[in-house]
Design a protein around this ligand. Structure first.
Ligand code: CMP
Length: 144
């Protein structure tokens, strides 16, 4: 029940005023919000966050996109946070996202896919530390 995931509304989503809608979906599903912050990510942070993608042709574009405005970074806690979080976002390419998912409802282009979610428990803990620092390392909210 204490599994955590890192979710981010990317600059296009923030610009379009989708932060409240996206956070609301996670809250009403039953996840607890552990942290929430508007961040202007540095290139250094993004290179670390997207280290796996450094060799991709689209990487420079991805960096520019992620620095085109603030990112709404948040942490959810709850049973299945990583897997369910990813399912709620939908497929990375909005052209393939199932109807009702966030990307299908709000995006059309893989280069502007509105949101990010950790793809494993290990990645989630790494991303939480990267975006929110050590303070959040052992932070959880009580569950009833
Ligand atoms: P995200 O879930 O943040 O994980 C990696 C990101 O790389 C992905 O969402 C997209 O924003 C981006 N991405 C993946 N494939 C492509 C692509 N072909 N063109 C542009 N951006 C991409």
């Amino acid at each position: 029940n204490l599994e955590r995931s890192f979710i981010a509304v990317k600059p296009d989503g923030v610009e379009r005023g989708l932060v409240g809608e996206i956070v609301r979906r996670f809250e009403t599903r039953g996840f607890k919000i552990l942290a929430l912050q508007l961040v202007h990510p540095s290139e250094e942070l993004l290179r670390e966050h997207y280290a796996d993608l450094a060799g991709k042709a689209f990487f420079p574009k991805l960096l520019a996109y992620m620095q085109s405005g603030p990112v709404a970074a948040f942490v959810i806690q709850g049973k299945g946070a990583v897997k369910i979080g990813r399912a709620m976002l939908g497929a990375t390419n909005p052209q393939e996202s199932a109807p009702g998912t966030i990307r299908a409802d709000f995006a059309l282009d893989i280069g502007k896919n509105v949101c990010h979610g950790s793809d494993s428990v290990e990645a989630a803990e790494k991303e939480i530390a990267l975006w929110f620092g050590e303070n959040l390392k052992s932070y959880t909210r009580a569950v009833d």
